[in-house]
Design a protein around this ligand. Structure first.
Ligand SMILES: *Cc1c(COP(=O)(O)O)cnc(C)c1O
Length: 866
């Protein structure tokens, strides 16, 4: 979306017709009411009519019309925006398909080593704009569709987000695909083709989150290609019979088919086009014919239903696990199909199995794909006749594991009885791996029973559980965290015993990154243009080497440049205001400071701290005299984010935010100085509108809980300043941009454990610890923002053991907010900070992160398709 929204193009059929008329000279007859009678049939095709359109646009128009008439089987005359989007997408896809095929051929011919990124989530967002920018075809398509009577921005807006992820972890996977294609690296993604992605969020009359399904495949998805020829059988249940030599025969149970769908991933300014392969589940036989013949219709369709259910829906939990059987089925289905595909591709090279790690590296994105480890053992030992020890050696040279969190509730565990039932062979393999591993531990640390118990793949209890992080760690060559502090915490806490056992060199850090193509050029073309003009460089120069942004530092004293920088921010604020007006019918003061917190709703991310801070500001304003209020800078606070449907406290936080907004936005005394918006249904596309408009954004997790964060990087790249805790990648952002350009507050990670202990065993009432916060809690409880009793459970999380330490950080948070206000008063000083922030974001390009992985782990090389 850009600000060039032309209201006259709404209701496209008429404009399209006007255009046909101008191109062809065709004048329809009118009926008695004066309405034009356009032909239903097609005497003159558009193709014939397109004489006189110049070459490049002509190509676009011809291919557009071709797809309208053949792929869509529609008439160009009465095409709506959706149809025009589809025709445009299919036309762009033609370009991608050729490049995609050539890229695969190129890598196959060279017989290169490949890497695979296994992720249960890929939060891709929209594709058309990104494909146009990466292919360098945006100007041609903008003009081409314009000639046909359409506005490209309106067509881009027709696309539904591909929301196959919850939040940061899934978006990271998407950024990594863009970076690997752009750097011409042979990396494929493997994931699941959920019928329903992340739910749509609605806000109910009482302010609560409501969830609706996300039928993103309702209209044809032009960005995927079904591969009817790429199909694997995946087995569940049955029984496993041990044979000699460590082998086993797994048979019986249920067999399900995995069908491949390929999503093309275009690189930026290169023909290289990588692949994201998503699996869909299908019953092996449509019906159980025996049951069907016996008249048991229910039973006949049951098995087909349960097969299709595997890829029906994305689990909407972020940072929490639920031991649901269907989730484990998803994980195995996806890893089994992916490994079968990877092994088949390796076998085409005609190399001995022992060379597998020379040609294949597999990155495990969190513990979700950990079953790939026992699955590859099963393939090697049971099917490929590789000896157990040699198979284990292959495994530990092939896999790499990324840990994404140290929160206890997020560490995956699966009950042994469930695993035994669903995957009997894998359970045997896990027990065998564990036995050999614990013997090695015992040898190195004789007699340390507690260490053995902590490191075991099996957690004792009723039932026993399989610890997926332990399995992922011992089966991988290397283990990484996603920011310096987080990697340090991984080594010091959840992996400490493993560091003692393996040595520290197995554990390292890759700080996350974001793709500057989407998160600068696509979402903020105004800023990208200004940077290009100022640096006197083509955009590709800094979009491919983000460190080039440092060149902006030379211009921080240039008043003309400062003015232009401010003007870009202003127009992005207006674009956001326009969006809010269109979607919610609300008017926003674009001259206020825009303060944004957008991310999944979670207690550790502390949206509560923010909303309590807003209430505090409101109460402070109310207590001021009109003269005092005159000195206050107006501020608009934005929230967006989804809560897991079963996460009661997070949903209650949304309800509080919405109801506080209703009260304060309606208060005539203060509404010009403070307003608050909760924008529903946070998504990649919404982020692309919000982020460029922010003056300040909040990343305020309890220290030590946010592994990295990536939206912090997106905001800073777009010249928004950062208000945050000393946590995750905030720390490294501050190192780059300088502490004078960020607003830090709150306790540091080493203090957190002690503080929690004190809250647990020596609690001090909020009234004593933090009177300002106590006052806010009392206002909420008293019903100032609607029935106070509703919020009691939320208030109690603070009043009782305050696990996320709001009472400890609230005062310094409020102080930091005043420093933000003060800094914003000096407008030129603020803009300089903004420029310096953008200028120093080079490190946070996902191109750098992918290079770290390619060199530290995968050992793969770039190869450009000419
Ligand atoms: C970047 C991004 C995230 C991650 O945000 P954090 O603030 O780092 O948790 C989540 N959702 C979407 C849609 C994103 O684009």
């Amino acid at each position: 979306m850009t600000s060039t929204i032309d209201p006259s193009v709404i209701g496209k059929p008429r404009r399209a017709r006007k255009h046909v008329r101008s191109l062809t000279g065709f004048t329809p007859e009118t009926d008695e009411k004066g309405h034009e009678k356009w032909p239903r049939g097609d005497e003159k095709t558009w193709k014939d009519n397109l004489r006189g359109v110049d070459q490049s646009e002509g190509d676009v128009a011809r291919s557009f019309v071709h797809h309208v008439q053949t792929s869509l089987a529609r008439q160009p005359y009465n095409l709506d925006d959706l149809g025009a989007y589809q025709a445009t997408a299919l036309s762009v896809r033609d370009n991608l398909l050729v490049n995609w095929n050539e890229t695969q051929l190129h890598f196959n011919r060279k017989g290169v080593k490949r890497a695979y990124y296994l992720s249960l989530e890929f939060l891709m967002g929209r594709t058309l704009d990104n494909a146009l920018l990466n292919l360098g075809l945006k100007p041609q398509y903008t003009d081409g569709v314009d000639k046909l009577g359409f506005n490209i921005e309106n067509l881009l807006d027709q696309e539904r987000d591909a929301g196959l992820g919850n939040g940061g972890l899934g978006r990271l996977a998407a950024c990594y695909l863009d970076s690997s294609a752009s750097q011409e690296l042979p990396l494929w993604g493997y994931g699941l083709r959920y019928q329903y992605g992340i739910f749509q969020q609605l806000i109910g009359p009482d302010g609560s989150q409501l969830e609706a399904p996300d039928p993103w495949l309702q209209h044809d998805n032009p960005w995927e290609l079904p591969r009817a020829d790429v199909v694997y059988e995946v087995r569940f249940y049955g029984h496993s019979e041990r044979l000699e030599g460590g082998k086993a025969l797994w048979s019986g149970g249920q067999e399900v088919l995995a069908i491949a769908y390929d999503v093309m991933i275009p690189g930026y300014e290169t023909k290289n086009t990588n692949n994201l392969r998503l699996w869909e589940s299908k019953p092996k036989r449509g019906f159980d014919l025996n049951s069907f013949n016996a008249g048991d219709y229910e039973r006949a369709v049951e098995s087909s239903n349960s097969a299709a259910a595997i890829t029906s829906v994305l689990y909407p939990n972020d940072h929490t696990t639920f031991g649901k059987e269907l989730r484990l089925k998803q994980q195995y289905f996806w890893t089994a199909a992916s490994l079968a595909d990877i092994v088949r591709r390796f076998k085409n090279l005609d190399k001995p199995m022992s060379e597998f790690p020379e040609y294949v590296s597999i990155q495990l994105n969190d513990t979700h794909p950990t079953l790939a480890i026992p699955e590859l053992m099963r393939i090697l030992v049971d099917e490929e006749d590789v000896r157990w020890d040699q198979a284990w050696d292959i495994i530990t040279r092939t896999f790499f594991f990324t840990n994404h969190t140290v929160l206890p509730e997020a560490l995956e565990k699966w009950p042994v009885p469930l695993m035994q039932h669903l995957l009997p062979r894998h359970m045997q393999i896990i027990f065998d791996i564990n036995l050999a591993f614990l013997q090695a531990v015992e040898k190195k640390f004789p007699g340390d029973r507690e260490k053995l118990a902590r490191m075991s793949l099996i957690e004792e209890g009723y039932p026993q559980n399989v610890r997926m992080a332990n399995l992922a760690c011992i089966g991988s060559h290397k283990v990484n965290g996603v920011a310096e502090l987080h990697s340090e915490l991984v080594r010091a806490t959840i992996m400490k015993d493993f560091v003692d056992f393996y040595g520290v060199s197995k554990f390292f850090n890759v700080t996350n990154g974001i793709t500057p193509r989407r998160w600068l050029d696509q979402c903020n073309p105004g800023l990208s243009n200004l940077i290009s003009e100022t640096l006197k460089l083509p955009k590709a120069a800094f979009l491919k080497d983000l460190f080039k942004l440092e060149g902006l530092l030379k211009h921080t004293e240039d008043p003309k440049f400062i003015k232009k920088w401010a003007a870009v921010k202003q127009s992005n604020k207006e674009r956001l205001a326009h969006y809010v007006e269109q979607t919610l019918g609300l008017t926003i003061n674009t001259h206020a400071m825009f303060d944004v917190q957008i991310k999944r709703l979670h207690e550790y991310k502390r949206q509560t701290l923010n909303i309590f801070g807003v209430i505090h500001r409101y109460l402070t304003l109310k207590a001021m005299t009109p003269a005092e209020r005159k000195k206050v800078n107006p501020k608009v606070v934005f929230f967006a984010g989804k809560a897991a449907p079963g996460y009661y406290i997070a949903k209650l936080t949304i309800r509080l935010i919405v109801n506080v907004a209703r009260i304060i936005n309606d208060d005539p005394e203060t509404k010009d100085l403070l307003s608050l918006y909760f924008l529903p249904d946070y998504s990649v596309s919404l982020a692309e509108i919000l982020i460029p408009a922010s003056d300040i954004s909040q990343h305020i997790s309890t220290a030590g809980t946010e592994a990295s964060g990536t939206s912090n990087m997106k905001f800073c790249l777009n010249g928004g300043l950062l208000l945050g805790t000393v946590d995750g990648a905030n720390i490294e952002i501050a190192e780059e941009v300088g502490e004078q350009n960020v607003f830090f507050f709150g306790h540091l990670t080493p203090a957190v454990e002690d503080l929690r202990y004190q809250h647990m065993y020596h609690p001090v009432p909020v009234e004593e610890k933090c009177p300002a916060l106590a006052r806010v809690l009392d206002e909420v409880a008293s019903g100032r923002f609607g029935d106070g009793s509703v919020y009691e459970p939320l208030l109690n999380t603070v009043r009782q053991n305050d696990y996320y330490l709001l009472t400890e950080d609230f005062d310094s948070y409020i102080q930091a907010l005043s420093l933000v206000d003060e800094a914003y008063q000096n407008r030129v000083g603020w803009i300089k900070k903004s420029i310096c922030t953008t200028a120093k974001m080079g490190k946070f390009s996902s191109d750098r992160a992918i290079q770290d992985y390619a060199q530290e782990c995968w050992n793969i090389e770039s190869s450009r398709l000419e």
